[in-house]
Ligand binder design. Structure first.
Ligand code: H2B
Length: 80
C-alpha cells in the first residue's frame, strides 16, 4: 500500500506493519529522529504490530513537497 491522501487536514497517511510492539516502537523512534533532524514532524500512532504515520505541513494546512520528501525518507526507514 502506498501513501494515501486523507482530508481535514489534507495529509499523507501510511500504515507500517511489524512483528510486535517493540519493533513498531523502534521504527517510530527512527522516524522521530528523522523528524528532529529535518525539523518537520509527523503524527505517529504506535500500536502492537503497527505504526501509522501522517505527514502534513501545519502552517499550510495541507501537503507540501516537504511532506512528500519526508514520506519518501520514512519508507527508507522501514525494514520489515
Ligand atoms: C518552529 C518549527 O520549525 C515549526 O513549528 C515546525 C515544526 N515541525 C513541523 N512539522 C510539520 N509536520 N509541520 C509544520 O508546520 C511544522 N512546523
Amino acid at each position: 500500500m502506498d501513501w494515501q491522501v486523507l482530508e481535514n487536514p489534507e495529509r499523507l497517511y501510511k500504515e507500517f506493519r511489524f512483528r510486535d510492539f517493540r519493533e513498531a516502537l523502534a521504527f517510530a523512534d527512527r522516524v522521530g529522529a528523522l523528524a528532529e533532524e529535518k525539523g518537520h514532524h509527523p503524527r505517529l500512532t504506535v500500536e502492537w504490530g503497527r505504526v501509522t504515520v501522517e505527514w502534513w505541513t501545519h502552517t499550510k494546512g495541507g501537503v507540501t513537497e516537504r511532506d512528500r520528501e519526508m514520506a519518501r525518507l520514512t519508507d527508507g526507514l522501514y525494514v520489515p
